[in-house]
Design a binder for this molecule. Structure first.
Ligand code: NAD
Length: 264
């Protein structure tokens, strides 16, 4: 399949390096003919994202930290200047203090709870507010979630709660923006070794557990998430909104371990 994204322009937020899920999605968008723009968070990531943007011929819009609304405005102002309208947005952003991605959820601090919710959940709504103004001919917004939104996962803690709220936001945003032809969906990706994922205690165990137990007996790659995102970002899914779609090698169907899984 080729050319699914031809004629479409959009922004992808959340590339930190070439292991980021957002990078897998960016590569797929470019391969399918989209024109893309990227942002980075802070100078430390700028030097990683700059060469990646160049590799795809993507616009680099500059620094965006979702805790600073002026930087979100600046990104959308630049998009307006450059393209006038946009067709898609990818939100691949999450954060929690690492110290609270271990042990018990019950010990979560109010401060980290608020910060995690602001960055990992509210930012989708903040971005949708700006995107709505530029999606004058409809559009598609995709965010990234994880199974820890639906079920308890060890050490995922406040992120699980933030992802549950993020998935609820997808439904509310879908209802609000649907009349304008703007669709909002989430991909619930299986565990992938990224910078963010490495912040979760015992993440290697989780990866291995998924790999041996998932129905497909593997972990998914950022390229597989990228390919699945093409459905949501292109017109193939013009009748779909408010959905949370699992790209997790089937892990979410399990009630318990598969019988042939080795001990890990
Ligand atoms: P990553 O570390 O590559 O990306 C996380 C991104 O969030 C980074 O680019 C970082 O700059 C950005 N970010 C954090 N705080 C920010 C802020 N205040 N303002 C702007 N950007 C900020 O890791 P990833 O795993 O690719 O994460 C992307 C998304 O995928 C996240 O929402 C994550 O929860 C989700 N996800 C990851 C996995 C996994 O196993 N890796 C599974 C399911 C869902």
């Amino acid at each position: 399949v080729s050319g699914l994204m031809k004629g479409k322009r959009g922004v992808i937020l959340g590339v930190a390096n070439n292991r980021s899920i957002a990078w897998g999605i960016a590569k797929a968008c470019q391969a399918q003919g989209a024109e893309i723009a990227l942002t980075y968070q802070g100078d430390a990531l700028k030097k990683r994202v700059e060469p990646l943007a160049a590799e795809l011929g993507a616009e680099l819009l500059g620094h965006c930290d979702v805790t600073d609304p002026a930087t979100i405005d600046a990104v959308f102002d630049r998009l307006k200047e450059k393209w006038g309208k946009i067709d898609f947005v990818v939100h691949a952003i999450a954060f929690s203090d690492k110290n609270e991605l271990e042990g018990r959820y019950v010990d979560t601090s109010a401060e980290n709870f608020s910060k995690s919710m602001l960055i990992s959940c509210y930012s989708l709504t903040a971005i949708a507010q700006r995107a709505e103004k530029l999606m004058t001919e409809g559009g598609s917004i995709v965010t990234l979630s994880y199974y820890g939104a639906e079920k308890w996962m060890p050490n995922y803690n406040v992120m699980g709660v933030a992802k549950a709220a993020l998935e609820a936001s997808v439904r509310y945003l879908a209802a609000d923006l649907g009349a304008k032809g703007i669709r909002v969906n989430a991909i619930s990706a299986g565990p992938i070794k990224t910078l963010a994922f490495a912040g979760i205690a015992d993440s290697r165990y989780l990866l291995k557990y998924n790999e041996v137990n998932a129905p497909l007996r593997k972990n998914v790659s950022i390229d597989e998430v990228g390919q699945s995102s093409m459905y949501f970002l292109s017109d193939l899914s013009s009748g779909v909104t408010g959905e949370v779609h699992h790209v997790d090698a089937g892990y979410h169907v399990l009630g318990t371990k598969v019988p042939d899984a080795p001990d890990i």
